[in-house]
Structure formats: C-alpha cells, structure tokens
Write a protein that binds this ligand. Sequence first.
Ligand code: SF4
Length: 327
Amino acid sequence: MKEAIFSGMRPTGSLHIGHYLGVLENWKILQENYKCFFGIVDWHALTTKWQDSADLKAYIEEMLAEWLSCGIDPKKSTIILQSLVPEHVHLHMVLSMLTPVSWLERNPTVKEQARELGIEEQLTYGHLGYPVLMAADILIYKSKKVPVGIDQVPHLEMTREIARRFNFHYKEIFPEPEALLAEFPKLLGVDGRKMSKSYNNAIYLKDDEKSVNEKVASMITDPERIKKTDPGHPDVCNVFSYYGVLFKSELFQVRERCEKAQIGCVDCKKQLAKKINEILEPIRSQRNYYLSHKDMLWDILKSGSNSASSYCKNTIREVYEAMKLNY
Ligand code: SF4
C-alpha cells in the first residue's frame, strides 16, 4: 500500500505562478507515488482572517478550480476541505491538551505573521495554536513524510515534538514525520522582491494575456544597460531568472544574445511574456470551466472529505483507546 502524505494550502486568495511551480508541480509528481491527501485548509485561513469568513467559500472554489486546472487529479489524490473532515479538529483538540504554551510562544512565524498583518496586539488563541492544528493535519494520516521546502523544515519540528509527547505519555501511535524535501524553483515578484500578494507583484494563474504582458514589461532588468547596443549582464536581471526557472532550454541563447547586445530588453520581455501566456492559457481556460461548474467542485470536495474522514476514523479510535477515552 502506498504511504500516506498530507499537504495543504490556506484559501486566502488567487494562486500565482510561484504556487504553480513551487507546490502544484511537486504535488503532481507526488500523486503518482504516494497516497496523497491534499487539503484546502479553511480552519487555517480563519486563524488570521476570522473576520473575513464570508469570503472563504469563493476562495475555496477558486483554489480547487486552480488545483484541478494545474493537474491535481481527484482520481489520483484525495482532495479534502479541512472543515469537512471533523477528525482533524478532534485530533487538534487532543493535541491542544498536551502542547505547552511555551512551545507556541517561541514560534517566530506567528510573531512575524502578526507583525505583517498588524495584529500583534490582537493575537488570537487560534492563531497562536495553528502549529497544533498543523500537527493534527499531518498526524491524523500518520504521515511519515511531509512535502516541505527547506525553509519550512523548522515548522515540522513542532509536529515531531507533539507526536513524541503523545507517544511517550500514552502509546506509540504516531510516526515522527520527516521532511520530504523538494527543490522548489523560486521566482521573485515582478518588482524583484519576494513574490507575494501583499506586495502586489505576482503573476496570477488567472491573469489575462494583457495583464501578463504589462507585468512582464514592468520588470526591472540590468540597470547598467541603458541602450540596446550596451552589452547586458543577465545574472543581475530578473527577466533572465524567469527564463532560468521556466524556460531552461532558452537560457544559453538568451544569455548569449543579451551579453552580445543582439536583443533589446523590450523584445526579451515580449518573448518571455509570450511564453508565460502559453503556459497560462490552458490553465486559464480550465479554470473558467471549473468555476462555471461549482457543483462539480463541491462534489469533489465532499467525496474526498468523506473518504478522508473514513480513513482518519481509525487514527482517532486508536488515540481514544490509548487515552482510555473509548467510552
Ligand atoms: Fe535581461 Fe533580457 Fe535585457 Fe538581458 S536582454 S538584461 S536578459 S531583459
């Protein structure tokens, strides 16, 4: 039997090309080799956006439409909506009882997120405790591996500590999950900063051709290249880094033409935008199709969540038995 793994995304807005390359392309490989549970983790979205609960439904539909358009296949993976699998919450409740507050208070990510969102003074119990919910999401499937980027490895440590604490006090039920590291190609935003919704510098999967053209046209290139006849320095150019991630086969040629001043930045960007549009076009049309078939989206979520719930019930039964709560 294939090993189970869980990975999820918070439904807080449209996905960008960085999500496509960094996460969804990896999930497509994983779904061929593992028993994958991919979760739209709506409880996690509420940890920071609890006032915006009315927006969640549309975000959930959009996220699933984008996953499917990028090739996440409900016949190969179990796609769940976290709030439709109550076992996640049940295990979260159990793990909350045994997780010391001091572990949560030393988590730098919560403080950083709260600072970014300007909610340092209003940190909620749910937000502080999100690592416990994350631990429940992973441990409920008894996942031995978790797909993460290198920068997320420290976050996994808390899940391992919580599993260890449960196993020590009650019974050896949970594996201590290891990071399943993936080499995520990193794309910067069009302004050269980290690609992020809050910086308004991302190329979204839903962007139409015109928006992609405009965003690529706005990208900063080699600042020393004033005229088209000046030889360029591709290694300092964000446009070139996009070629490096998206169109490796073109890399040598672009470098040569840039360094020999055989191509101007305007044409180089136009060529890049055209290629990005070629990638996005089928995703856009699939996305529109799914968003006009919302019943189908909810059927996928309900069916996946029901099947995950049956799977997770075994873990909950074992947990309650170990704790002598099987009354
Ligand atoms: Fe960048 Fe292309 Fe201009 Fe060279 S020609 S500096 S790679 S945009």
